[in-house]
Design a protein around this ligand. Structure first.
Ligand SMILES: O=C(O)CCC(=O)C(=O)O
Ligand SMILES: [Fe+2]
Length: 173
């Protein structure tokens, strides 16, 4: 996990920078607000599920970050919404998947869209994935980089709180 984090950290910054530049914004915002102490890493394990129905390993959701870099194994099961339709992402352990998260959608004033995705379990195989979430500190204020504003500004703490309320879970921290 540590090696994965080290490798993708600079990639995440580079991608965020390129996406910001495309908006005409050469902001050092991501370097200043997303530090090694504020990013998140998650190792996901999906046990096999032999029930003969499609069972979610992760329910449909969007990520509450700027961008997510994901590595999946060869089992498959990841789906995402493209042009209003759910499509399967071909599993390729040699490739990284980069998803836009909610914060980038707000920061870009809706220019980029946070991607809805989910994972279905496999009937016989265990699946693993590793996810790197480019997140700022809780105090960071997310303000759209262009006008007229589609979103009012908010702090990451406020946003996380809202997401927690929506999914009705608590985090011990
Ligand atoms: O396991 C995957 O491919 C996706 C994981 C995911 O969406 C997440 O951890 O937020
Ligand atoms: Fe996700």
């Amino acid at each position: 996990m540590e090696a994965f984090a080290t490798k993708v950290a600079s990639l995440a910054q580079k991608v965020a920078g390129i996406l910001a530049e495309k908006l005409g914004n050469k902001s050092s915002f991501f370097q200043e607000s997303c530090l090694p102490s504020t990013i998140y890493l998650r190792l996901n394990r999906y046990p096999p599920c032999p029930i003969p129905l499609d069972i979610y390993g992760i329910m449909p959701h969007t990520d509450s970050d700027f961008i997510t870099i994901l590595r999946q194994d060869e089992v498959g099961g990841l789906q995402l919404v493209k042009d209003g339709k759910w499509i399967s992402v071909k599993p390729n352990p040699d490739a990284l998947i980069i998803n836009i998260g909610d914060l980038f959608q707000a920061w870009s004033n809706g220019f980029y869209t946070s991607v809805e995705h989910c994972v279905f379990t496999h009937p016989t195989k265990e699946r693993f994935s590793a996810a790197y979430f480019l997140c700022p500190s809780n105090e960071t204020v997310i303000e759209s980089c262009s006008k007229p504003l589609v979103y009012t500004k908010f702090s990451f703490r406020e946003y996380r709180q809202k997401v927690r309320e929506m999914f009705n879970y608590t985090v011990i921290k």
